[in-house]
Design a protein around this ligand. Sequence first.
Ligand code: AMP
Ligand code: MG
Length: 431
Amino acid sequence: MKTIAQIAAELQGYDPQALPAKAVLDFLQRLVTAVTESSNQPLFDALGKVLSADVISPMDVPPHDNSAMDGYAFDGSQLQADVPLTLKVVGTALAGKAWMGTAGAGDCVKIMTGAIMPAGFDTVVPQELVTQLGGETAAVVIPPGLLKPGDNRRLRGEDLAQGRPALLKGQVVTPARLGLAASLGLPSLPCWRPLRVAYFSTGDEILSLGEAPREGAVYDSNRYTTFGLLKRLGCEVIDMGVIKDDPTLLEAAFRSAAAQADAIITSGGVSVGEADYTKAMMKKLGDVAFWRIAMRPGRPMAVGRIAAESNQKTGAVLFGLPGNPVAVMVTFLAFVRPALLQMMGCTDSPAPLLKAHSQEPMRKKAGRTEYQRGWVSTAADGSLQVRTTGNQGSGVLSSMAEANGLIMLHHSQGNVAVGDLLDVMMFDGAI
Ligand code: AMP
Ligand code: MG
């Protein structure tokens, strides 16, 4: 396991006092490692977990050639470009059963959606396209020019072929992937153990819910945003509330968190000039870097590892986030979330950023990444547009609560004019 100093030495131009967002991601990618324990999870428990192995299809899906329509199955080689085809109806194939009769040229079999194709037949004419001929022997007439051989037939194995990977290691189990596992008859899926993440807020001015308001004090909102962000990621949370600015309490909290969790998220107490004990305790108990990131909001952040016991070198990964409520959410989404996904063993590619036209000019300083709370909507011409959601102060949670995405103004980007195309990280799927 690499130390903070070793990782820093690997990165070109690493400057902890003005770290570009890209360098933060590079650093974290080198710092964290994926969980190694896995187990089989019943399908209902597998949702949101990460697959720890490829899932090989034990069978062909569908297992037989079958009909995609209610209609009549026949041998499609008899179709002619401009002559109607008249076929004798010699039986009925129902879904879930094989039709046991024999049929040949000039014959057809009435067939239901999902029924196995009779031997020798490769084409289905939908019911509504034929003309029924009454009389002694039922027959149907297919008008010319509507069908070609193979139409309306699903091929055996066209969804999944036996012996081929149906799901891949590193994929998050989504509703579609759950359904796919079920379609293969698999009652459980191999999953990595969920991450355990401990979090607490620091600061003497932070009140827990239920405490009486007092001057200069604020309620702990970071506890709840962090809880929500972690739950949405599928993490097991260890909620430690507010830890007061007291070395004994802080040491106990860090030790206990490191003993139980894969990662620790704290908020507050990492900015320059902080008169509290949080930073000192991080230094004492772990191998921690203190950064000023070239970003807004955010900026201060501590990253490293905290040992559960004094003789330990490894321990839990620490994300020491700033205290401001919006800065917590932004640094979580920008940096902590990708790092946690890596720890979860997830290799799904990140959701793409959306491109939307700015509805307003924005001031932007080149040389730092700025995140604005935005609302993306569809313009009259059908294109996407984005506006900011009011006061962008780093403590203003209301504009975050009104937003449906974060506008990302990249490191070297300058001022924004109306109509400029901007990148937006949509909350849907992220939070
Ligand atoms: P700090 O990073 O500790 O200097 O905190 C920056 C600002 O965020 C201060 O105004 C704090 O009162 C506020 N803050 C810190 N922690 C929390 C929290 N858990 N909930 C709400 N606001 C907080
Ligand atoms: Mg503070």
